[in-house]
Design a protein around this ligand. Structure first.
Ligand code: HEM
Ligand code: HEM
Length: 259
């Protein structure tokens, strides 16, 4: 079979499925695999829409936030009165921040009305020993200390843990500190100040609030680097689809072994 060329009809294939010669080089094993129901619908449309808009906005927030913290030497572009570089950067930051804020509330709503995978990111089953055993397994797998990965329909336990701390907690922290900074700019008596002004009182000074918000960015950047690496790594090395799952919603398994 190994020396068969593409577009040369396979004899065994036509015997098994005469009406559906998919490709010329389909073997009996290929057809057997196609017949199996090997995928499951996991991430519903609102989760996927949220994932990609949130990811895009967070990238905008990190780039513009970095420049807010370390401004460009904008005066070299033109006279100060002829340009608005920091203004545009802050505008992009606030626009993305507003989309992320609305999106996060939408995502919380979907955790309540969506399927059970939509809730996974919002809790950690701390009393479940099986969960922690699988977290340890995943750490070993990522460190190349296990030679066969496990199968998961939703997030694997280590992913769930990371998403809980860096997104559920981390993004909430960024929303709270970000809106508190915004409240300062909007001024006393404004709506943001009425809702979030107390945060400044809690951390006591504006510089500390900026520093906390700034440190939060680095936590999210660390998550992002690892997240994108493992998403692509698992797409290649695990026994299930990854990136396409966040696009189509379907998890496709690459073999039919149960565990
Ligand atoms: C090119 C960039 C990215 C790719 C390829 C990617 C890929 C993925 C994939 C495949 C999953 C599903 C993982 C699983 O099934 O366990 C996922 C989930 C997730 N990703 Fe990303 N991601 C990207 C960027 C980001 C960014 C920038 C963030 C935010 C910092 C992010 C936050 C999340 C979160 C929170 C989830 C869980 C979704 C949920 O349960 O609602 N992703 N990502
Ligand atoms: C993942 C989300 C976010 C990231 C990574 C991020 C990042 C940053 C960074 C690094 C700074 C500069 C801090 C400094 O060194 O002074 C900043 C400033 C700021 N951010 Fe965010 N931010 C995020 C979300 C938000 C949100 C949700 C808001 C709400 C409106 C917000 C509002 C602000 C404001 C008002 C400032 C100060 C602007 C100024 O001083 O001119 N941010 N952000």
């Amino acid at each position: 079979m190994a020396d068969k060329h593409i577009h040369q009809p396979a004899v065994d294939a036509s015997e098994i499925m005469p009406g559906a010669r998919l490709t010329g080089d389909a073997t009996a094993a290929d057809l057997e695999s196609i017949r199996r129901q090997n995928s499951v619908y996991v991430y519903e449309a609102p989760v996927r829409l949220w994932h990609w808009t949130n990811a895009a906005c967070i990238i905008v927030l990190c780039v513009t936030g970095y420049f807010i913290g370390a401004p460009l030497p904008s005066m070299q572009i033109d006279e100060a009165y002829n340009q608005f570089v920091m203004g545009y950067i802050r505008f992009a930051h606030f626009a993305a921040a507003m989309i992320v804020t609305v999106g996060f509330f939408g995502r919380l709503y979907w955790a309540m009305v969506g399927n059970h995978h939509a809730r996974q990111m919002f809790y950690v089953p701390i009393l479940n020993m099986h969960f922690w055993k699988e977290v340890m397994f995943e750490i070993r797998w990522y460190l190349f200390l296990e030679n066969k990965p496990k199968k998961y329909v939703g997030h694997n336990p280590l992913a769930q843990l990371a998403m809980f701390f860096f997104i559920t907690i981390g993004l909430t922290f960024m929303l709270v500190t970000g809106w508190a900074l915004y409240a300062e700019g909007a001024g006393q008596g404004s709506l943001p100040d009425t809702l979030m002004g107390w945060v400044l009182g809690l951390v006591q000074n504006s510089q500390r609030l900026h520093t906390l918000h700034h440190l939060g960015m680095w936590a999210i950047i660390i998550f992002m680097i690892i997240h994108i690496y493992v998403a692509i790594r698992e797409d290649i090395m695990s026994r299930q689809s990854m990136v396409s799952t966040m696009i189509s919603g379907h998890r496709t398994f690459k073999d039919d072994e149960v565990e």
